[in-house]
Design a protein around this ligand. Structure first.
Ligand code: GDD
Ligand code: MG
Length: 347
């Protein structure tokens, strides 16, 4: 089976993190979200992936190339103008002649891919939509269903009075190729606003799969921080480390000076260096090759690859992006530091 990632969005709400990076390339514990999602597919035997790109496509292509480094085959589609979610699916038609998967690229979840595929086949539906419950459904695609688990209404970003369901589209789908007959070619189409309501009107079956125990979309800087906090607190398991039983992950290649204080939960990646009297954690991620100088304090923060926190600086509840340098003795609180600027109160 093949999978399509919708990876062309502008990531506007995640700015300034997405000023230089498309959303699928935003790192989670030091590795692009898309890499984590592709690896999850590979675990379930899916090794052919199509990436539908538009915003900063070269950043995605340079990293993943043909996919062989990740054990999968990757093909690319690049839109000159954004075609919308449905337009992007239609544009990928030539790749699919059997049941296929589609993913929004800004989702982190513990979905069991083999199980949703099995579920879809059992239901005999044209489409299966993964769903989850949230407190504020107005920011999402809201689903209403019947007692058999088939969708009766799909309302994209409804006003609060327009629905009383809090079940939302999780942005993960299994489709049959007949879907392509229902999406017009050559124009912008929203699968959520146009295609799903049309399918329901025409009487097609759309099944609801509501079995993720963890789901988060990385729509905003706050959610980006939350994803890390949840991983560090054992709510979502990624890679092989279990933060529930061992709240400190410290790479063997990290160099931590004797009088530094490390407070879990914390992740300290490869070749990180932490100076004497520095304090790191709790709820902190130091990615590969980052450096925390003598007496510096990094709390509740995510420090990307090769970033530097100089001696005596404090970084609290902030994101320090790759190769940034936090000046000696300076203080950053709720900030996002990019290579060109510091955005205060951004988190
Ligand atoms: N190729 C391509 N072209 N991809 C696109 C385009 C486009 O024109 N527009 C958006 N995408 C991609 C985005 O990169 C993202 O991965 C996905 O499609 C969804 O777009 P978002 O911009 O993130 O939509 P949203 O978050 O407002 O809402 C969507 O996700 C919610 C779950 O997080 C909808 O699918 C909602 O129904 C859903 O609840
Ligand atoms: Mg989104």
């Amino acid at each position: 089976m093949k999978a399509l990632f919708l990876a062309g969005g502008l990531g506007t709400r995640l700015k300034p993190i997405t000023n230089e990076l498309p959303k699928p390339m935003v790192p989670i514990m030091g590795k692009p979200l898309l890499e984590r999602n592709i690896k999850n597919l590979k675990k379930h035997g899916i090794d052919e992936v199509i990436l539908s790109t538009c915003y900063k496509p070269q950043k995605i292509r340079e990293y993943f190339e043909d996919g062989s480094k990740f054990g999968v085959k990757i093909s690319y589609i690049c839109e000159d103008i954004p075609l919308g979610t449905g337009g992007a699916v239609k544009n990928a038609q030539e790749f699919f002649d059997d049941t296929f998967l589609v993913f929004n690229s800004d989702i982190i979840s513990d979905i069991n891919i083999s199980e949703i595929i099995r579920f879809h086949k059992e239901k005999g539906a044209l489409a299966t939509i993964a769903a989850t419950e949230v407190d504020n459904p107005s920011a999402y695609g809201v689903i209403e269903q019947d007692e058999k688990g088939f969708i009766t209404a799909f309302k994209e970003k409804p006003l609060p009075h327009e629905t009383n369901s809090n079940l939302i589209n999780a942005g993960i789908y299994v489709f049959e190729p007949d879907l392509f007959n229902e999406i017009p070619a050559g124009r912008v189409v929203s699968i959520e606003r146009e295609t799903f309501p049309l399918l329901l009107e025409k009487g097609y079956k759309i099944a609801v799969y509501n079995k993720c125990s963890y789901w988060l979309d990385l729509g905003t800087p706050e959610k980006y921080m939350k994803a890390h906090k949840d991983i560090l607190n054992g709510k979502l398991k990624i890679d092989s480390h279990n933060f529930n039983t061992k709240p400190k992950f410290i790479s063997e290649t990290a160099k931590i000076h004797q009088r530094a204080r490390i407070v879990g939960p914390v992740y300290i990646g490869e070749n990180v260096e932490i100076g004497d009297y520095a304090m790191v954690g709790p709820n902190t991620v130091l990615c590969e090759g980052s450096y925390v100088g003598m007496g510096a304090k990094v709390v509740g923060s995510i420090v990307w690859n090769q970033a530097v926190v100089e001696s005596g600086a404090s970084v609290i509840n902030s994101v320090v992006m790759s190769k940034c340098r936090v000046d000696r003795n300076s203080r950053k609180y709720n900030a996002i530091l990019t290579i060109n600027a510091v955005y205060s109160n951004a988190v």
